[in-house]
Structures are given as structure tokens and as C-alpha cells.
Design a protein around this ligand. Structure first.
Ligand code: PMP
Length: 382
């Protein structure tokens, strides 16, 4: 067989997926693992009588996505005016939505600014699209991102609420970014996959709030996290019509459409699913606040944030790399967390802890073990 391309060989696999595959293998061999690595929250959802959708959704659907679902999503996007006919495309999860958005933005060699901690797939997706990822260390504030802009910069990836940091950008941060995008002719690729995971009462500020005409903002989102339905692979892109007319070509050549019966089911039960998810999100957000309090009490430092179901926890005072730390945690304590290095080079002294899967009680036991591993692996001063 001929060699796979040098291009694909140069890419890394997705670290969070590699870690969870290891968890599935350990579980299959009978080991009980405390799972703090999984990127989702588990909800009870009213999925009934899907057989009608299965029977009537045997065929391809509109390549922009089933019209009824586009209407539901467009009418429900955080107060933003979205034309369901021309300003939204439904696709198979936000992962491919982001990839197709990058394909639509980039020519080979174009640079994309990726602030760390950055979700594991941004850099490799930029490379897949023949772009050049430019990482910004996690401690550079939004006002400092412009320093990384060059004449080759085409886009900035913004992820708010942020996986794994758990923070959100406010109106002022967005104003800085919109001004930068306008002045330097950049796209803002706004990944809003966790837009419902905010603490009670907080209003989500979408990237398009400060750019309602969508001059430079491209929003990617999905029902994976917000409805707890990652397995159904339903995501969407919201952007200006001329941008989406180009993106649609990628969709037509790569996936045609997302699975029709699933689109039908979600379209017909949209409100019901959302109403089931929202109170459960509230419960997760309370648990997150409780876990942060427990971490503060135990003495585990973390980056500040109150959103998503992740906490990006420091491994200090350990001298181990985040990879070594997580290997020991998994092999010796059967606790799975994701190494910070997956979220960028500046993040090798962090691990990502997910609050979506385990009970508070099991998490507190795991946090004690994390703290003692950090202490026992600290460099002893000579
Ligand atoms: N963006 C972020 C920040 C994510 O964490 C994820 C999944 N972990 C995705 C996008 C992709 O999710 P999906 O393809 O299931 O919509």
C-alpha cells in the first residue's frame, strides 16, 4: 500500500479522545474508573417514538439541513436575528462545522490565532485546512491577542464559554475583538458549543451580539453539549449568507447532510428536549460551583471561571508533565483526567477535570487523590 500523505501523518490524534479510549479499555477489562475526562454531561431526555422519524427519514434531506430544524434553531439563538433560509446550515456536529468554516476562510499558509487553553482540535483542523495555527499562551489577556496578528492572519478562534477553562468573554472583551477584526480584516470564528452552561441568571453573550450583521463573525454550535446529545451528531453554523453559500459546497462534497431521521426528531421535539435539558444543566452548574469550592478548600489551584462543566486545575506543586501526571492518576488511582498539554504548550501544568459524569462524593475522593499525587511528586528542594 502507498504511504498515507505526509500531511495527514504530520497531524496529532485528539488527546481527549485518546484518553477516553483508554478509559473504555480499562472499563472493559473490569476496572472501575472515576471518569473526570469525558467531555459531556449525562441527561435524562424524553426520546420516545423515534420509529416514525426512522421510517420517514430514510433519504437525504436538504443540504442546508431540514428546514423545520433551521427555523427552530434560528428562532432560538440567544436573541440574534438569524435568517433560517440563508444564515444557518445544519451539519453533523460542530466539529465538522468548525472544519468547514476554516476551509471556507483559509487559503494555504493563512494564519489562525488560537488562544490557549484551546480545545484539542483547533490546531489540527487548521492544519487539515492547510492553514498555520498560531498559539497564544493562556496568560495573555484578550487585549494582548493583537500582538500575534500578522499580515497572514485570517481568523481568530474564540471559544466562549471556554473548554477547558470554564470562563466566558464579556461584552468588553468582545468589543476589543470586533474592533480588531474590523481593523485588520479578520474573521472571528466563535465556537459557542457550551452556550447554555452558564451559572443561574447569567446572560450568554454570543460573538454575534456585537456584530449582528455578521460582517466577520461565524458562529459554530451544536446540540451535543447543550442538549446532552453528542451521539446524534447535530451541529450548525450561523454566518452571513455569502459565507454560507461557499461553506455549503464543502458540506455537499463531504457529508451531504446530517442524518435525516435525527434532524426530523429534533425538529419535531425541539422545545421538549430543551426543556428537559435546561434544569439538568442547572444541576450541573451547581455541582461545578460545589466542586470549585471543594478544590479551593483542598488547595487545588485552578483558572478562574464559572461556566461549562470543566475546571482547568493546576498540578502544582508536582514536577511531572501533565501527561505523566495523568498517566499516574489513571494507572495507579483509576482516575481519568485529560492532560493540559492537549490544550496547548503553555498548559502543561494543568489537567482538565470534567464535572459532567461523576457524583459530587466520588469527585471529592478523586480530588483528594489528585492533591496528594501533586504533593508526592513535587520536586524536593536540594
Ligand atoms: N467545540 C468544543 C469547545 C468542544 O469541546 C467540542 C467537543 N468536545 C466541540 C466543539 C465539538 O463537539 P460536537 O462536534 O459534538 O458538536
Amino acid at each position: 500500500m502507498p504511504d498515507p500523505s505526509a500531511h495527514i501523518q504530520s497531524l496529532d490524534d485528539a488527546l481527549s479522545i485518546r484518553w477516553n479510549t483508554r478509559v473504555y479499555e480499562l472499563q472493559a477489562s473490569g476496572i472501575e474508573v472515576t471518569v473526570l475526562s469525558l467531555g459531556e454531561a449525562f441527561f435524562e431526555l424524553p426520546i420516545n417514538a423515534a420509529d416514525r422519524a426512522l421510517r420517514s427519514g430514510l433519504h437525504y434531506s436538504h443540504s442546508r439541513g431540514l428546514s423545520l430544524l433551521r427555523q427552530q434553531l434560528a428562532a432560538d439563538y440567544h436573541g440574534l436575528a438569524v435568517d433560517p433560509e440563508r444564515e444557518i446550515i445544519v451539519t453533523a456536529g460542530s466539529k465538522v462545522a468548525i472544519y468547514m468554516a476554516l476551509l471556507t476562510m483559509l487559503d494555504p499558509g493563512d494564519e489562525v490565532i488560537i488562544p490557549e487553553p484551546a480545545w484539542v482540535s483547533y490546531t489540527e483542523q487548521v492544519r487539515l485546512a492547510h492553514g498555520v495555527p498560531i498559539s497564544v499562551p493562556y496568560d495573555v489577556p484578550v487585549v494582548g491577542w493583537e500582538r500575534f496578528v500578522t499580515p497572514r492572519t485570517r481568523a481568530i478562534v474564540v471559544n466562549s464559554p471556554n473548554n477547558p477553562r470554564g470562563n466566558v468573554l464579556g461584552t468588553e472583551d468582545w468589543a476589543v475583538l470586533h474592533d480588531l477584526a474590523e481593523r485588520r480584516g479578520l474573521y472571528l470564528l466563535s465556537d459557542e458549543a457550551y452556550s447554555l452552561f452558564l451559572p443561574g441568571g447569567a446572560r450568554f453573550v454570543s460573538g454575534a451580539d456585537g456584530d449582528p450583521e455578521k460582517h466577520h463573525t461565524v458562529i459554530c454550535n451544536s446540540i451535543s453539549k447543550n442538549f446532552g446529545m453528542s451521539g446524534w451528531r447535530i451541529g450548525y453554523v450561523i454566518a452571513a449568507a455569502p459565507f454560507l453559500d461557499q461553506l455549503l459546497k464543502a458540506q455537499q462534497h463531504i457529508i451531504t447532510c446530517a442524518p435525516t431521521p435525527l434532524l426530523m426528531y429534533v425538529a419535531e421535539h425541539y422545545q421538549e428536549l430543551k426543556q428537559a435539558a435546561v434544569p439538568q444543566i442547572r444541576t450541573v452548574m451547581h455541582r461545578r460551583a460545589d466542586i470549585v469550592e471543594a478544590m479551593d478548600h483542598i488547595g487545588i489551584a485552578h483558572l478562574s471561571g464559572d461556566s461549562t462543566f470543566y475546571v482547568f486545575a493546576s498540578t502544582a506543586p508536582s514536577s511531572l508533565s501533565s501527561h505523566e501526571f495523568c498517566v499516574r492518576l489513571l494507572e495507579q488511582h483509576a482516575i481519568a483526567a485529560v492532560p493540559g498539554i492537549g490544550y496547548g504548550c503553555s498548559c502543561d501544568r494543568f489537567i482538565r477535570i470534567s464535572i459532567g459524569t461523576e457524583s459530587y462524593e466520588r469527585m471529592v475522593v478523586a480530588l483528594d487523590e489528585i492533591r496528594s499525587l501533586a504533593e508526592t511528586t513535587a520536586l524536593v528542594a536540594a
